[in-house]
Design a protein around this ligand. Structure first.
Ligand SMILES: *[C@@H]1O[C@H](CO)[C@@H](O)[C@H](O)[C@H]1NC(C)=O
Ligand SMILES: [Ca+2]
Ligand SMILES: [Ca+2]
Length: 372
């Protein structure tokens, strides 16, 4: 009886002004066994894998002299540039939620966070931008050094699939594919020629940090990322509100159909989409949820106090880094993590075909200020 009343109340409020995150989660049921997307299962096992020792990164690449590389970051490219940043005025917001969908992920409690002003990339970093970085630095990603990366099974050719014997136990749809990296997202028989404007994938946290340093930027903190995701809205699930498809439109690149076997791609994309696709939120950000997961600077932990905090940077140290936003593989039944409060984690050297990043900055790099 109790539940019936709540249900009716929820339906009645459906057509009033937008509900809060709390009221939505009562009506909008999520299956109980939904924690099984394997979002964080795709990790390198350091004991079993050896990096190709002839390709150890030059440490100076990871901590470059910013001035040295920033002009290269503004070099000409035959591709449309996607490195624009938007100014985000700091302020106070509620980070996390008191109605977590995945309690074990540390989505709660809702806590007051105050942030200083910052800048954030309008788009996920694209293949074209990443190629510019590699062209001017000779950088080699960790997936290239390790010789493999994780790819979602349905995206692989039969030939590539036939050569694979292991899978990820917790998430058998993820396969470690030899020769897959940012230039060959689904293995050696694939390339990025027709998706230079798609987000770069198969980049580790370490790769993302190297890129952002080169561009005179840095990774956003988790708090900055979430504040940006919420776009000034209070207590909403998504960057645009609480309904997934307002105006009967698709607002995000996720999975439609039945995970993990049938992707109907009603939103137009089975895999990644161009970084400029889908409507922006109020802060002018594209694909802040969906398309690809985005690395943040913070180490992962799941215990938060609700003491108000200013410019939090996460734990001092840890094993995994926080990633936010979900990806084109997320479906509500398995990975309802395309919500601003949702989070997941991976080791700093892990990479996969649905994990990318965007950069933040405290001050806008000079080359971008000069060329708005
Ligand atoms: C990187 O260099 C290659 C080879 O010179 C060139 O074909 C490509 O267009 C460059 N990429 C970008 C993004 O400028
Ligand atoms: Ca899709
Ligand atoms: Ca994204």
């Amino acid at each position: 009886m109790f539940y019936v009343i709540i249900f009716i109340l929820a339906v009645l409020t459906n057509h009033t002004t937008e509900e809060t995150e709390d009221s939505v989660s009562i009506r909008d049921e999520v299956p109980e066994n939904k924690d099984s997307c394997g979002c964080s299962a795709i990790k390198r096992n350091k004991d079993e894998q050896l990096r190709d020792s002839t390709n150890i990164q030059d440490d100076t690449l990871l901590k470059p002299d910013r001035g040295k590389y920033s002009s290269a970051a503004n070099a000409r490219s035959i591709y449309p540039r996607t490195n624009q940043m938007v100014f985000i005025k700091g302020g106070k917001f509620m980070m996390g939620t008191d109605k977590p969908v995945f309690v074990a992920d540390g989505e709660g409690p809702a806590r007051e966070v105050t942030l200083s002003d910052f800048y954030l990339d309008v788009h996920e970093v694209s293949n074209a931008e990443f190629e510019l970085f590699v062209n001017s630095t000779g950088y080699r990603t960790e997936a290239e050094s390790f010789g493999d990366s994780f790819v979602f099974e349905l995206l692989l050719s039969e030939e590539t699939k036939s050569g694979i014997t292991q899978a990820v136990a917790a998430a058998p749809w993820w396969l470690p594919v030899k020769g897959s990296n940012w230039k060959h997202p689904e293995g050696p028989d694939s390339d990025i020629k027709d998706r230079m404007d798609h987000p770069v994938v198969h980049v580790s946290w370490n790769d993302a940090v190297a890129y952002c340093n080169w561009a005179g930027k840095r990774l956003p903190t988790e708090a900055e990322w979430e504040y940006a995701c919420r776009g000034g809205l209070k207590g909403r699930l998504f960057p645009w509100g609480n309904k997934l498809n307002p105006k009967d439109k698709h607002w995000v690149n996720i999975w439609q159909g039945e995970f993990p076997n049938i992707n109907t791609a009603e939103d137009g994309y089975v895999g990644t989409c161009p970084v400029t696709e889908f409507p922006t939120n109020a802060f002018h950000l594209h694909n802040i949820v969906g398309n690809v997961w985005e690395w943040t600077a913070d180490w992962w932990n799941v215990k938060h106090t609700n003491t108000p905090i200013v410019d939090p940077k996460g734990p001092e140290t840890g094993k995994d880094h926080v990633k936010k936003g979900g990806s084109y593989l997320c479906h509500k039944s398995y990975c309802y993590r395309y919500r601003c409060a949702a989070r997941s984690q991976n080791t700093p050297d892990s990479s996969a075909g649905n994990l990318g990043f965007r950069c933040a900055s405290t001050n806008i790099p000079e080359y971008l200020a000069e060329h708005p």
